[in-house]
Structure formats: structure tokens, C-alpha cells
Design a protein around this ligand. Sequence first.
Ligand SMILES: [Zn+2]
Length: 70
Amino acid sequence: MNTNITKKNPQTVDVKGHPLICPICGHNYFWSRRILLNTVLATLVDLDWANRKATCFICSECTYIYWFHG
Ligand SMILES: [Zn+2]
């Protein structure tokens, strides 16, 4: 998985065999990024210290952000 947002190279994304499609604009190309959740957000969603990483996919068309824990 590409760990940097690369404006030139959005990719299609599958989640457990299902293609990810933007609910806003219907586009199916996303930039991906692995991130470390900050303390406030991790507290809000009740994550422990060992599981504060997330993957986000950003729609290359409208910039809607999908978040996945882990
Ligand atoms: Zn979109």
C-alpha cells in the first residue's frame, strides 16, 4: 500500500472484496495514507495504545475521506 498521498496516482481500493466508491461523487479513485491517530481521537473512539493506527482513503475527485481502523 502506498503510504503517501500522491496526487498523481490515486488508486482503486477494495475492502474485503468490495470496491470502495465515494458516496458523495461516485468516484472510485482514492489516495491512501496510513496515519497515527492522535490522543483525543483515540480516546473518543475508545482505542487502546496498541491500536491507534488507521488507514484513510481520500477521494481524488471531491476529497471525501474514508477512515479505517487498523
Ligand atoms: Zn468523491
